[in-house]
Design a protein around this ligand. Structure first.
Ligand code: AMO
Length: 433
């Protein structure tokens, strides 16, 4: 528990001295002549012990406080071995900062779990739960190490436009919006801009990016607004250079997560650090392997969720959680993906336990080939003229990846619904809160 006014935890040195603490009233228990109040902040809880005979008016104030009200209390911090955190506060005064309405739409510490929609409808209260907060504290920790790792490899953090003139991925799943007299789109990813930057000499960039995708499906692993770590790097030999950065990044993030012991304990999870390098399985190998297990997949088709799960099971039996799928058919990858011969591409996915958490590729850097591929994908090069311009005046070979942060957290913490991994999820039916 914080000594909130100073944002500092109470330590033994403060026993027998006056402290000020502030937070939310989690619970009160009135035993007639003595009352206990559990006060909560982001670090945990502490107990206030209030004796009626000491200051009767103060006692009345405390016992009439509705749960989740916000108070600041001044009192004596006293060692007490019977209290869970080893001390209690004997209050001298209280400032009532905000009275909570009753009844609460959602209990913070109720034993019975509210249904998921009620939790999301009341996300501000749901986010008071230690187990919900733990997810976002781990998210914070793994992103901190992502910044550290990428910067240590000379990547520069960038921020690219989210209101754009053409679809980033070439697909139709775009949110349209009115941009004064013109039609515009919300960016599906930073793809076109991070590639453009490869022509500037800023040869290694990354962005903690927003993806806006008007995908109709409402699944447990899709969001209409999600976040990703987007990376782009120039002067690569091939996609293998990109995959090495990605596996090192994942390894560093997974390792940092394993060090978040307090949060993992709250979530009752353990995290085992994976070994790198991750195996590289070619698309052809995977198709063959899952066909043997009765998958109806034919060469050239995308893997279905069921196919991915099947492969996840096969790999799990070999003790492998992470693996790349490489050398995808050209037709199954976006227009900017570098071909490898006529049929194959230099695109890859990174899978974790049967779920795609990242995809990337070496890109086409030759403008003529890029225009050809746009046309082959039924896209009009005219719509991409600003993107294509970046390739006309000297563009080095390059590649990169997009790595979904919520997907990563889902797999890391074995959370079955992706909506748990973002503060305020946006899906087919949810636009608020
Ligand atoms: P892709 O479309 O495969 O590639 O996305 C990259 C990663 O982002 C995550 N992701 C999503 N997470 C939740 N909900 C969604 N609707 C969603 N869509 C994608 C996944 C996925 O692996 N521009 C390329 C990347 C690149 O080549 O650099 C791209 O966006 O984890």
């Amino acid at each position: 528990m914080y000594r909130s006014h100073y944002s500092k935890e109470i330590t033994k040195t403060e026993y027998n001295s006056k402290v000020i603490v502030a937070g939310w009233v989690e619970d009160t228990r009135n035993l007639g002549s003595i009352a206990f109040l559990i006060l909560r902040d982001k670090k945990g809880t502490l107990q206030l012990t209030i004796l009626k005979k000491k200051i009767p008016e103060l006692f009345e104030k405390f016992i009439s406080l509705p749960r989740e009200s916000v108070i600041s209390v001044k009192g004596l911090c006293k060692e007490n071995g019977k209290v869970r955190n080893g001390y209690e506060i004997l209050p001298d005064s209280v400032d009532i900062l905000s009275i909570s309405e009753t009844p609460l739409p959602l209990g913070v510490v109720d034993k019975v779990e509210a249904d998921f929609d009620t939790r999301l409808d009341n996300r501000i209260i749901d986010l008071r739960k230690p187990e919900t907060q733990a997810i976002f504290k781990i998210r914070n920790a793994v992103l901190a190490v992502a910044h550290e790792y990428l910067r240590s490899q000379s990547f520069l953090e960038i921020h690219t436009p989210k209101i754009i003139a053409s679809s980033s991925e070439g697909g139709t799943d775009v949110f349209k919006l009115q941009y004064f007299e013109k039609e515009a789109f919300l960016a599906q990813s930073p793809q076109l801009y991070k590639q453009g930057l490869m022509a500037t000499g800023l040869d290694r960039v990354y962005e903690i990016a927003w993806y806006f995708r008007a995908e109709e499906h409402n699944t447990r692993r899709h969001l209409n607004e999600s976040t990703a770590i987007d990376v782009e790097m120039a002067f690569i030999k091939d996609e293998e250079d990109v995959m090495r950065i990605l596996e090192n990044l994942v390894h560093a993030m997974w390792k940092r997560a394993s060090e978040c012991t307090e949060e993992l304990d709250i979530l009752k999870k353990t995290v085992t650090i994976p070994k790198i390098p991750f195996p590289r399985l070619t698309y052809d190998y995977v198709v063959n392997k899952i066909q043997q297990r009765q998958s109806p997949i034919q060469w050239g088709m995308d893997f279905s969720t069921e196919d991915e799960r099947l492969l996840g099971d096969i790999m799990k039996k070999e003790g492998i959680d992470f693996y790349f799928i490489t050398k995808y058919p050209l037709e199954s990858k976006p227009f900017y993906t570098m071909p490898s011969g006529d049929k194959y591409s230099r695109g890859f996915d990174l899978e974790c336990k049967g779920v795609e958490i990242s995809s990337g590729s070496q890109r086409i850097h030759d403008v003529t080939l890029l225009k050809e591929r746009l046309k082959a994908c039924n896209l009009n090069p005219q719509d991409f003229y600003a993107y294509l311009n970046a390739f006309r005046y000297g563009m080095p070979p390059h590649g990169g990846f997009g790595f979904g942060i919520e997907r990563f957290l889902m797999e890391l913490l074995e959370i079955s619904n992706i909506r748990e991994c973002i503060l305020f999820p946006r899906d087919r039916s949810r636009l608020t809160p």
